[in-house]
Write a protein that binds this ligand. Structure first.
Ligand SMILES: [Zn+2]
Ligand SMILES: [Zn+2]
Length: 255
């Protein structure tokens, strides 16, 4: 089976990643409206009926906005932690699977490892997905790199990694002081250098694809993020891409 992934869009206005092995097609997060999601899926040759399940990382709007409406409209199961489920705003889900963020589970033909991360949400986790010998890691929305994160993401073939902000741009930028503290804090988002530091813990021999993700439009520049990351990858010859808000990224074949 061929394992591949794509992004419908990445950034503070909406996130969603597709991981597909030919048998199951999983959506990780859905921060877009139903209409926008259908449109973005079509760009990648997918229809709502092709989606096996939606995995949710946490309850922030850029990850959850479209989850409940899309799941209801197309009768798609949703996987999320107890703390991430928001009964008031999400309402009834057609099939809700509450997960333990320290326990591996099966979802369609994928083995999914949730990874608890430090972020200012109720019970956030990120995901490592495995199928047919391919490992895809998704890692955004965390304020710092823990040992647990390092070991969980050390053996990926593909990694979508948050490079949210440049520290100097955040400090000089337009955000009010409390928001600057939140974004740059231990439970906020990874800056470019923190993201690059994670790469020291990763087996670069195994890593074939790295996607710079969740780039802030206000507090970062794609070229800045790329330069910082590339600095750590001088001996690496894999495929480096940036996922943006509007286009995400096209399909990338892992194995
Ligand atoms: Zn986010
Ligand atoms: Zn978040």
């Amino acid at each position: 089976m061929t394992v591949r992934f794509a992004s419908l869009g990445s950034g503070s206005k909406g996130n969603s990643t597709l991981v597909d092995d030919g048998e199951s097609c999983l959506l990780v997060d859905l921060g877009f409206s139903v209409k926008e999601t259908v449109h973005r899926l079509a760009r990648l040759g997918k229809k709502p009926v092709d989606i096996t399940a939606i995995l949710v990382t946490h309850e922030h709007g850029d990850h959850i906005h479209g989850v409940a409406p899309f799941a209801r409209k197309f009768d798609i199961p949703v996987y999320l932690t107890h703390g991430t489920y928001q009964p008031k705003s999400m309402g009834q889900l057609p099939v809700m699977n509450l997960i333990n963020c320290h326990r591996v589970f099966e979802c369609g033909s994928f083995e999914v490892t949730p990874v608890a991360v430090p972020h200012d949400a109720k019970e956030p986790c990120q995901y490592v997905l495995r199928s047919s010998g391919a490992t895809v890691g998704i890692l955004t929305d965390l304020g710092h790199i823990t040992d647990h994160v390092k070991s969980s993401y050390s053996n990926c073939d593909a990694l979508l990694l948050e490079c949210n902000h440049d520290l100097e741009m955040l400090e000089q930028g337009p955000y009010p002081a409390p928001l600057k503290r939140r974004v740059g804090g231990d439970y906020g988002h990874l800056n470019n250098h923190q993201a690059a530091a994670l790469l020291d813990a990763v087996d670069l021999q195994q890593l074939d694809h790295l996607v710079i993700s969740h780039i802030s439009e206000q507090n970062n520049q794609p070229a800045l993020a790329q330069a910082v990351v590339e600095d750590r990858l001088s001996a690496w010859s894999g495929n480096l891409q940036l996922a943006d808000q509007q286009s995400g990224i096209d399909w990338v074949v892992v194995k």
